[in-house]
Design a protein around this ligand. Structure first.
Ligand SMILES: [Zn+2]
Length: 186
């Protein structure tokens, strides 16, 4: 078992401060996934963990949401010897574009990078509605949710972090400058 907490601290994935998240919430911790994605060696290691976890199952496609999910879905698919596809943003939802030939009964592995609210993960699951494909597994790199729900999600690192609405943020009250990171336009 790889020690992802140590790896993420060493390569600068885990940042401490006062951050504005894509969801609009504030937090004292930010996961800069691109410190991971810039190092193919570690992306390969992460993909290997996902492959190992699902070794008794078979899939036809790995699907992830843009932007980070593209990189990770590709790597997991490469190692599993299956296809990868991407859920891209369109208006207020995600869609499959690019003419993927997804058939009825195809088995899907959904992946995401950092799980905060579950919004992009659920949007990615929803793109398969009406295709007849079956979601067979879900994996994320970091699960930073405070509370887990009933969905079975495999994570490389479970690291619950408190999020605050701007009105209730103790870091705002303490006058610590707010940093905006990430935020996919894709
Ligand atoms: Zn704040």
């Amino acid at each position: 078992m790889d020690d992802w907490l140590t790896i993420f601290e060493e390569i600068g994935v885990i940042l401490k401060g006062h951050f504005l998240l894509t969801s609009g919430l504030h937090s004292d911790t930010y996961f800069e996934k691109f410190r991971l994605f810039e190092k193919p060696k570690y992306v390969e290691m992460a993909g290997k963990c996902v492959k190992e976890h699902f070794k008794d199952m078979s899939f036809d496609w790995v699907c992830g949401p843009t932007l980070g999910g593209v990189i990770f879905a590709y790597e997991v698919a490469r190692q599993m010897g299956i296809n990868s596809c991407y859920a891209e943003r369109e208006d207020n939802k995600r869609v499959l574009r690019r003419g993927y030939d997804i058939k009825k009964g195809d088995k899907i592995l959904i992946i995401d990078d950092v799980l905060t609210t579950g919004k992009s993960l659920n949007e990615t699951i929803n793109v398969f509605e009406g295709t007849g494909a079956v979601i067979k597994g879900i994996a994320v790199i970091v699960d930073r949710r405070e509370k887990q729900d009933s969905q079975r999600i495999f994570s490389l690192l479970r690291f619950p972090v408190k999020n605050y609405t701007p009105e209730h943020c103790p870091l705002c009250k303490a006058g610590i400058p707010l940093t905006k990171r990430g935020g996919s336009k894709g």
